[in-house]
Design a protein around this ligand. Structure first.
Ligand code: FA5
Length: 344
């Protein structure tokens, strides 16, 4: 029993002091292994009388438990140290030196696109997109503009050399996406459709041959012109703030009847008249109107049941007006001194 007590004390100490996992393993073998010190004490049990043997056997078991617990405790501690050491050794320094790097930002057109979509989604619209290379049917025919119709002259079209002559083109406006939305889904429709469009226009302060529009389409039961006017005024306040108002001026588009131009107060002179607004106090941003019954019929909707309105705004011009820029070409020359004024 004395030898057992000594072994328990010294063994526990040896295990607790093991400097590493190898030393711990060795100590465990010496103390608890098949040929270890505890095993050799156990062999001596046979020389004892039955009572002593039982008591000593029990003490041996208790000593084993104490030693095993000490070993487990030490192993956990050593493994945790080893783990920390490995993490430290495998650590990679991913710090970037950023002080001298210039950060890019979203282009003003992209920012405007996102902002417009946010405003309309907030008003309950869904977002749809269509292809930039379109068929004559979607871009003109279905929009109530048959070939040889004089209204085709409103859009100087770039044709693509594909299929029958003049059957495929670069879309001249986002209105063909209206046709796609209505042909592919079921009414009611509340959609906005931003996208890039192409025309044979010469670049000047307010025109580019490649520019952007955002189309809007609402088709439901009992939609009226008052809904169109109210929606556009709500949009104007949400996008430009309370100081700017909209007006609708009679106009003509083959796919809407009645049709109107959507104008806002000139943001440069606030309505008093200047060069940019040609002294009118108003700036034209896009067209709109009630969806023509022929267009509804072309996509298989009954104009007696469904009515709606549509609008198409120049997205680039919306960007210019919101930021008080008076030349659209500024946005496309890629001059960083201009672009970096609009961080996003
Ligand atoms: C249209 O393109 C019609 N699809 C709009 C529409 C949609 C009317 C739905 C009714 C219902 P318009 O050609 O006027 O209409 O063009 C609309 C707007 O696009 C213009 O008011 C202007 O803001 C912008 N825009 C037109 N041409 C250019 C251009 N070359 N560069 C930049 N913006 C342009």
């Amino acid at each position: 029993m004395d030898d057992l007590a000594t072994l328990t004390t010294s063994g526990t100490e040896r295990l607790r002091d093991a400097p590493d996992l190898d030393a711990l393993h060795e100590a465990e073998a010496d103390l608890l292994g098949k040929k270890g010190e505890l095993a050799s004490l156990k062999k001596r049990l046979s020389g004892l009388d039955p009572d002593e043997r039982r008591a000593t056997g029990q003490a041996l078991n208790e000593a084993r438990t104490v030693l095993e617990e000490a070993a487990a405790e030490r192993r956990a501690a050593l493994e945790s140290v080893a783990h920390q050491a490995r993490l430290l050794a495998e650590r990679q320094d991913l710090t970037e030196i950023v002080e001298h790097r210039r950060r890019g930002s979203l282009h003003l057109v992209t920012q405007t696109w996102d902002r417009l979509v946010d405003v309309f989604v907030g008003m309950g619209f869904e977002v749809a997109e269509g292809p930039e290379v379109e068929t004559d049917w979607h871009n003109f025919e279905a929009l109530n503009i048959p070939s040889a119709h004089p209204a085709r002259g409103m859009w100087d079209t770039l044709y693509v050399d594909l299929g029958a002559p003049e059957s495929t083109l670069l879309r001249t406006h986002t209105s063909p996406v209206q046709i796609r939305v209505m042909s592919e889904g079921e009414p009611p429709f509340y959609s906005v459709m931003p996208g890039r469009v192409f025309r044979r226009d010469t670049a000047d302060a307010s025109h580019m041959p490649v520019f952007h529009q955002i189309e809007g389409l609402v088709v439901d039961r009992g939609v009226s012109f008052a809904d169109l006017a109210g929606t556009l005024e709500a949009f104007t306040t949400a996008y430009f703030g309370g100081a700017i108002h909209s007006r609708l001026r009679p106009s003509y588009f083959p796919f809407t009847e009645p049709s109107a131009e959507y104008d806002i107060n000139c943001v440069f002179c606030e309505g008093s008249g200047c060069r940019t607004c040609a002294q009118t106090g108003w700036l034209e941003l896009g067209g709109c109107g009630m969806v023509h019954p022929n267009v509804l019929t072309n996509v298989g909707l009954d104009p007696e049941q469904w009515s709606g309105f549509a609008f198409g705004f120049g997205l680039d011009r919306l960007a210019l007006m919101r930021h008080g820029v008076d030349d659209i070409r500024e946005m496309y020359t890629g001059d960083v001194r201009f672009l970096e004024q609009f961080p996003a």
